[in-house]
Design a protein around this ligand. Structure first.
Ligand code: ZN
Length: 160
């Protein structure tokens, strides 16, 4: 069976940046399982999965436009240290929920200097090429319920 709309695919992956550093990997855990065609994985990878079968191994480079997007300056803000009431130790890399007119977003502390804290609401991988090494493990037909819900049920998916 080939990966197409209304199929559920499982795959092992290693994700590296352009410097060759491993950012994420399924090594040591279960393969990632997703419903194909509904945007459950980044667009560039989903496109590359199309038509693959169990046992296929391939590498794909996904540009930021087809990955986690390009960094948006609007999502970078400098706020006074005093804005973090109730937080004793602020460190670079800490994550917070920030309220915006578009709803709550996750922001990370990027810099602390002179009592001012720079927070960045961009995805940590925004602006980066994503280099995936993929091994397709399994492809099966999605159930009607999975198609309706837009996600996978059972092993590697939702239990509800
Ligand atoms: Zn569901």
């Amino acid at each position: 069976m080939q990966i197409a709309e209304r199929t559920v695919a499982s795959f092992n992956y290693t994700l590296t940046n352009d410097a060759g550093t491993v950012i994420d990997s399924s090594s040591g855990t279960d393969p990632l399982t997703y419903l194909h065609g509904v945007g459950n994985i980044v667009p560039g990878l989903e496109k590359a999965m199309e038509g693959r079968s169990a046992g296929d191994k391939f590498d794909v480079k996904v540009s930021p436009e087809d990955g986690y997007g390009t960094p948006n300056e609007m999502l970078i803000q400098v706020v006074p240290r005093e804005a973090f009431q109730g937080v004793d130790d602020i460190e670079v890399g800490m994550q917070f929920q920030a309220q915006t007119p578009q709803g709550a977003i996750s922001v990370a502390v990027a810099k602390i200097e002179d009592g001012m804290v720079t927070v960045d609401g961009n995805h940590p991988l925004a602006g980066q090429n994503l280099n995936f090494a993929i091994e397709v493990v399994d492809v099966r037909a999605a159930s009607e319920e999975e198609v309706r819900h837009g996600h996978v049920h059972g092993a590697g998916g939702h239990n509800h």
